[in-house]
Write a protein that binds this ligand. Structure first.
Ligand code: NAD
Length: 263
């Protein structure tokens, strides 16, 4: 199979080989996609470079979404290199670790704003620039989590940002649909990554989902990659504005299974 043959796109959010964006990149490359990567700062850049090279990519661009000049430089470089792109993966999130514990009610204005800009609004800013390079259509995805619609202890302001991100997916899908640009989100179950480790009691949350999800396990970055392949390839040509769960079915459960309560 080479479902991505002839398609070129940008992967944003690889920090290391545990990153969800890395699982997606591997899957897309295996299906023939040509990839460009961004990295946040030189230290992460040194980790991302060999990973990108191992997938045959020679395009690594520095980008911090808080710095719009760096965002513009990325899309200028892609325009120069390829003329246009076919897809974008946004796997970026950040909030102050000190506020990923305790009560949401205690979130500060400064961290609320920063979390929203990096974890939510950056997708809107990137979508605008990506869509401008997709005159014949394309596909954009972002990563979200079920803490957007249901309260997850310690997830706090990230949950609020993910709710706004999911709403953005729907509005962007409506805005760019007439141009043939599709916009979707993958809602992944908990995965051990750098960002995931910032949430207090992450291990507890991980084990709880493992016990209570219908599949009785958590998901891998490769499984998220499979869903991304579907959403970024022509397999999903009729799908836009969706939040697609890759969480071993955890989101459908109301009460833990009695077996789990006994342990
Ligand atoms: P990760 O730490 O590997 O990736 C997070 C990425 O965000 C890093 O590459 C980091 O450099 C980037 N980033 C943060 N601030 C940035 C900024 N200002 N500019 C540019 N890049 C910035 O962790 P991950 O778990 O792979 O996270 C990827 C996405 O998946 C995030 O949106 C996260 O919320 C989401 N997600 C994660 C889980 C999980 O359990 N790990 C579950 C559902 C959704």
């Amino acid at each position: 199979m080479s479902l991505m043959q002839g398609k070129r796109g940008l992967i944003m959010g690889v920090a290391n080989d545990h990153s969800i964006a890395w699982g997606i990149a591997k899957t897309l490359a295996a299906q023939g996609a040509e990839l460009a990567f961004t990295y946040q700062g030189e230290a992460l850049g040194r980790r991302v470079k060999p990973l990108a090279e191992s997938l045959g990519s020679d395009t690594m661009l520095a980008c911090d979404v808080e710095d719009l000049d760096s965002v513009d430089a990325v899309f200028a470089a892609l325009k120069e290199k390829w003329g246009g792109i076919d897809f974008l993966v946004h796997a970026i999130g950040f909030s102050d670790k000190n506020e990923l514990k305790g009560r949401y009610a205690d979130t500060t204005r400064a961290n609320f704003t920063r979390t929203m800009v990096i974890s939510c609004f950056s997708f809107t800013e990137l979508a605008k620039r990506a869509a401008a390079l997709m005159p014949e259509g394309g596909s954009l995805i972002t990563l979200t989590y079920g803490g957007s619609t249901r309260v997850m202890p310690n997830y706090n302001v990230m949950g609020v940002a993910k709710a706004a991100l999911e709403a953005s997916v729907r509005y962007l899908a409506a805005d760019y649909g007439p141009q043939g640009v599709r916009v979707n989100a993958i809602s992944a179950g908990p995965i051990r990554t750098l960002a995931g480790a910032g949430i207090a009691d992450a291990r507890l949350m991980f084990n709880y989902q493992k016990r209570n999800a219908p599949l009785r396990r958590t998901v891998t970055i490769d499984e998220v990659g499979g869903a991304a392949l579907y959403l970024l390839s022509d397999l999903s040509s009729g799908v836009t504005g969706e939040v697609h769960f890759v969480d071993s079915g955890y989101n459908i459960i109301s009460m833990p299974h009695p077996d789990a309560l006994k342990t």
